[in-house]
Design a protein around this ligand. Structure first.
Ligand code: GLN
Ligand code: ZN
Length: 777
C-alpha cells in the first residue's frame, strides 16, 4: 500500500486594498476627517474577515494573518519594535493611529495645533514631513524606510501581530502570522544622522521579536512566517552572521511554534549554504524567479526541513501551466519530504479578482489569473499531488488548453514585429555622427541662449483637467468638446511659457492620463483593466497595463498634438515621449519571451513615433526614462545584462534622427553613481535629472565620468509646494557650473509639474527664468 502524500497549500500574503479598493476609500475618508478612527478600524476588520474567509473558501490550507496593513508592513514593523522616529509622536504603550499616519504621510499639524488636548501636541509636530519612502525590492510597492539612531533602543509598542492572529481565531480561522524578519528589517532601514551599520542593532532588536513570538506561541500559533527577502540579494559576511544569530535566538524561544523562513523575488544563490544551516523548521523558496534552485535545495536541505515551494507567480498575472508544474513536482513528492505549495511571494503585487473584469477581451481574459485565481490554481495543484492528476483531470486539461491557445494565438504573434527585432542592425542603435558633430548642427538650428530654460513636460493637472477627462470617459462630454478643452489648456500654457520667457516649450501633456497608459492605449499588444488595482503605497493604487502580445504602433500617437502646439509658437516645441524601458517596467509583462525582447519591440514602436515627430518638424524630442534605474536587478551580477539591453532599447528609439534633431531624456531620480557609464552610453544630446535636493552634489558622478553631453540638473524640487527663491536657484546654478562646463548646462525643474497647482508653478518658473538670465549676465 502506498502512503498518500499530504501536500498543503499556503498563502504568504493577500492584497490589502480590498476588491473594490475599500481600504483606499476608508483611509482617505479618515484622513479627510470624514470617518472616525473607530469606523476605519471596523471597516478594515471587516475587510480582513472577508479576506480570510475567501482564502478558506478557495481551499487554501495555510492562511496568513498580519499580512494586512493600514499603510505599510515595514512601517508596522517599526511600530511593533518601538522604532518610529520620535518627531512624529512619542507613545508609551501602543503606537497611536495618529502617530502611525503622521510617520507615513507627514503631519500638517492641523489637529495638533488646534485641539489643545495636551498630550502629544508638541511631539506630534506641526508640519512634520513624511518619513522617507522607497521601493520594496524590484516591485512597484513602496515602503516607509525605518530610521535608526546610534543609541536606538527597541521595545514592544504594537501587538498587531497577536491581535490579528486572535481576530482570525475568533472567526474560527487558524492562521500563520507573518512578520518581516529582523535581519531584512534592519537591512531595509538606514542610520539617521550618524554613520553606523543598522545591523549592529540586531542584539537589541531580537528580544522584542522574541516577545512577539512568545505571545503568538502562547496564543496557539503553530507556525510563524518570517519574511527574509534580503536573502536573495548580495550579502556580506556580517549580514550572513546576523542571520545565524537571529535565527539561533528566535528558534530557541518559540518551541513548539515553528518558523517558516520565507525568501522571494529571486534565488538564494550564494546565501543558500547559510540558510540551510539555520535551525529553522521550514524554508520557502521562489521557484518562478529562480526555478533552478530547487535541485540545490533538495540536494542539501536537512531531510526534516519543510519546503515551501513558490510555484505560482506572485508577481505577474498569467495563468499557470499546471501540468508542467506537476511534472516538476511529482518527483519531489515521491522522495517523501514534507512539501507545501505556495505562490512565489505575497500576492500583494497582483490584482485581486479577474472575475471583476467584465470588459476584457474574452480570449485574453482566459490567459489571466489574479490573486483569487492563483489560490484556486494552488488548490488544484495540491489536489493533483495528493489524490492524483486524474482527480482534477478536466481542470488541468483546461489550464493546459488555455496556455496552449495563448502560445498559438495570432493575437500575440506579429511576424513583422519579430522580423524587425531579429534583424536589427548596428545602424539602428547608433546615431550617424558623434555628439560633438551633432551639437554643432543643433546649435545652428536652435540658436538657444546660454543656460537655456525648459520644463520636463507636464503642467498642472488641475481638478478641471481631471474632471474633463472623467466626464469624457463617462460620456458626459463628447470627444469634440473634450478636444476643444484640451486645445484651450494647451494654448494657454504655451502663451504663458512665451510670456515668462522660457526658451524651449512643451505642450503640457493635458491629454495624458498617465505617462505609460497614454502610450499603451495606442500600441498594439497592450490591454487595460477596469479594476485590476495594485497597491503602490498607502492608499495609492495603480492599474498597470498588461503587455500580452508583440508590440507595434499602428498610428502616430503624439504627432497631431505636437503639430498643434508648435503652430502656436515660434519657440522650439519639444516632442514628448515615454521610453521603452519605463513602459516595460511599469507594466505586467508577458512571460513567454525575455523581457529584453518585449522591450526591443516597444523600442521600435517608439522609434517610429520619433521619426514621425522629426518628419513633422520637431527640432527636439524628449524620451523619458523615469523607470530605467528602478528596473535594476536585485543582484549586482545581473546588472550589466539588464543595462546592456536597456541602453540598447533607448538607442533604438533615438538613433534614427538626423544630426540637427536634438534628443533629450529625463530621469527623475538622483542616484547615478552605479549606472553613470550606461547613462553615457544612451548617447542622448541632453539629459535632465533630479538634483535640487542633493545640492548638485550628484553632478560629481557626471563630472568624474566626464559626461560628454548636455545636462539639465533640476534646480527645484517639484515634490514640494515651496516656491524656490531666485537666490536659491542661482546658488544651485553656480554649484552646477563648478562641476560641469557652463556651456553644457540647461535650467529646468526636477521633474514634471502635473502634481502642482498653477500659482506655485508660475511663481517658481518665473524665478527660474530670472535666475537663468542672471547667470547669462
Ligand atoms: N514628461 C513627464 C512629465 O513631465 C515626465 C514624468 C516623469 O519623469 N515621471 O510629467
Ligand atoms: Zn521625472
Amino acid at each position: 500500500m502506498t502512503v498518500r502524500p499530504n501536500v498543503q497549500s499556503a498563502i504568504l500574503g493577500f492584497p490589502r486594498i480590498g476588491p473594490k479598493r475599500e481600504l483606499k476609500a476608508a483611509l482617505e475618508a479618515h484622513w479627510a476627517g470624514r470617518m472616525s478612527a473607530d469606523d476605519l478600524l471596523a471597516t478594515t476588520a471587516d475587510l480582513r474577515a472577508r479576506t480570510w474567509r475567501k482564502q478558506r473558501e478557495l481551499g487554501a490550507n495555510i492562511i496568513p494573518s498580519n499580512d494586512f496593513s493600514l499603510y505599510d508592513h515595514v512601517l508596522d514593523t517599526s511600530a511593533m519594535v518601538g522604532a518610529l522616529p520620535t518627531l512624529y509622536g512619542q507613545e508609551t504603550e501602543q503606537v497611536a493611529l495618529k502617530t502611525y499616519f503622521a510617520t507615513a504621510r507627514g503631519s500638517q499639524g492641523e489637529h495638533e495645533a488646534t485641539c489643545g488636548c495636551g498630550h502629544g501636541a508638541a511631539p506630534g509636530g506641526e508640519g512634520v514631513p513624511a518619513a522617507e519612502m522607497t521601493k520594496w525590492f524590484d516591485t512597484n510597492y513602496h515602503y516607509i524606510v525605518p530610521e535608526f539612531t546610534e543609541n536606538q533602543t527597541f521595545r514592544l509598542t504594537s501587538t498587531k501581530a497577536l491581535d490579528e492572529y486572535l481576530e482570525a481565531k475568533a472567526l474560527g480561522i487558524e492562521t500563520r502570522p507573518v512578520l518581516l524578519g529582523p535581519v531584512s528589517y534592519l537591512l531595509l532601514g538606514k542610520a539617521r544622522n550618524a554613520d553606523f551599520d543598522p545591523l549592529s542593532l540586531l542584539p537589541q532588536l531580537l528580544p522584542v521579536y522574541a516577545e512577539v513570538l512568545r505571545s503568538l506561541a502562547r496564543a496557539g500559533a503553530t507556525w510563524v512566517q518570517m519574511d527574509e527577502p534580503c536573502l536573495v540579494t548580495d550579502l556580506n559576511d556580517e549580514a550572513r552572521e546576523a542571520y545565524r544569530l537571529a535565527y539561533r535566538v528566535l528558534t530557541d524561544v518559540v518551541p513548539p511554534t515553528k518558523v517558516m523562513l520565507t525568501t522571494y523575488f529571486g534565488g538564494l544563490g550564494d546565501n543558500l549554504e547559510t540558510v540551510l544551516w539555520l535551525p529553522i523548521d521550514g524554508l520557502h523558496i521562489d521557484l518562478t524567479r529562480a526555478p533552478e534552485q530547487l535541485d540545490a535545495v533538495l540536494a542539501d536541505a536537512r531531510p526534516d526541513l519543510v519546503l515551501s515551494l513558490g510555484v505560482i507567480d506572485g508577481r505577474n498575472i498569467w495563468k499557470a501551466d499546471l501540468n508542467a508544474i506537476l511534472d516538476r513536482l511529482e518527483p519531489v513528492i515521491d522522495r517523501g519530504r514534507t512539501v507545501i505549495l505556495a505562490p512565489s511571494c505575497s500576492l500583494l503585487h497582483t490584482p485581486i479578482d479577474l472575475e471583476r473584469e467584465t470588459t476584457l477581451d474574452p480570449e485574453v481574459k482566459d490567459w489571466l489569473a489574479f490573486a483569487v485565481q492563483k489560490i484556486a490554481e494552488l488548490e488544484i495543484l495540491t489536489r493533483a499531488l495528493n489524490q492524483g492528476r486524474e482527480s482534477v483531470r478536466e481542470i488541468l486539461d483546461a489550464a493546459s488548453a488555455s496556455v496552449a491557445c495563448r502560445a498559438a494565438s495570432p493575437r500575440i504573434h506579429d511576424p513583422v514585429v519579430q522580423a524587425r527585432t531579429a534583424d536589427r542592425t548596428q545602424m539602428q542603435t547608433r546615431r550617424s555622427s558623434s555628439f560633438e558633430v551633432r551639437r554643432a548642427a543643433q546649435v545652428r538650428r536652435l540658436n538657444l541662449p546660454a543656460w537655456p530654460t525648459t520644463t520636463i513636460g507636464s503642467f498642472p493637472q488641475t481638478p478641471a483637467v481631471r474632471k474633463a477627462r472623467a466626464d469624457h470617459g463617462k460620456g458626459v462630454i463628447d470627444a469634440g468638446a473634450y478636444e476643444a478643452f484640451l486645445r484651450e489648456e494647451t494654448a494657454r500654457t504655451i502663451r504663458w511659457q512665451e510670456e515668462i520667457g522660457l526658451d524651449v516649450l512643451v505642450h503640457g501633456e493635458f491629454e495624458r492620463n498617465d505617462m505609460v497608459q497614454y502610450f499603451g492605449e495606442q500600441l498594439s499588444g497592450f490591454t487595460f483593466t477596469r479594476n485590476a488595482w495594485v497597491q503602490s503605497y498607502g492608499s495609492r493604487c495603480v492599474r498597470p497595463p498588461i503587455i500580452y502580445g508583440d508590440v507595434s504602433r499602428p498610428l502616430p500617437m503624439t504627432v497631431e498634438w505636437w503639430r498643434y502646439a508648435q503652430s502656436l509658437t515660434d519657440k522650439p516645441m519639444k516632442g514628448m515621449l515615454t521610453g521603452p524601458v519605463t513602459i516595460l517596467n511599469w507594466s505586467f509583462v508577458r512571460d513567454d519571451q525575455p523581457r529584453s525582447e518585449t522591450c526591443r519591440q516597444i523600442a521600435f514602436a517608439i522609434r517610429d513615433e520619433v521619426l514621425d515627430l522629426e518628419a513633422a518638424g520637431a527640432p527636439i524630442i524628449q524620451i523619458d526614462e523615469a523607470a530605467l534605474r528602478e528596473g535594476l536587478p536585485l543582484r549586482r551580477s545581473d546588472w550589466q545584462a539588464y543595462l546592456g539591453w536597456a541602453v540598447e532599447c533607448f538607442r533604438i528609439t533615438a538613433s534614427g534622427v538626423a544630426d540637427h534633431t536634438q534628443i533629450h531624456t529625463h530621469m527623475c531620480y538622483s542616484e547615478f553613481n552605479d549606472i553613470i557609464r550606461s547613462i553615457g552610453e544612451m548617447d542622448a544630446d541632453v539629459i535632465s535629472i533630479e538634483t535640487s535636493r542633493s545640492k548638485m552634489e550628484l553632478l560629481d558622478a557626471f563630472s568624474d565620468y566626464r559626461y560628454p553631453a548636455e545636462i539639465g540638473p533640476g534646480v527645484y524640487d517639484i515634490h514640494s509646494p515651496r516656491v524656490p527663491a531666485v537666490e536659491d536657484i542661482s546658488a544651485l546654478l553656480k554649484a552646477a557650473a563648478e562641476r560641469l562646463p557652463a556651456d553644457r548646462l540647461w535650467v529646468n525643474p526636477d521633474c514634471g509639474l502635473k502634481t502642482r497647482s498653477w500659482p506655485e508653478t508660475e511663481a517658481a518658473l518665473v524665478n527660474m527664468v530670472t535666475a537663468a538670465r542672471a547667470a547669462r549676465a
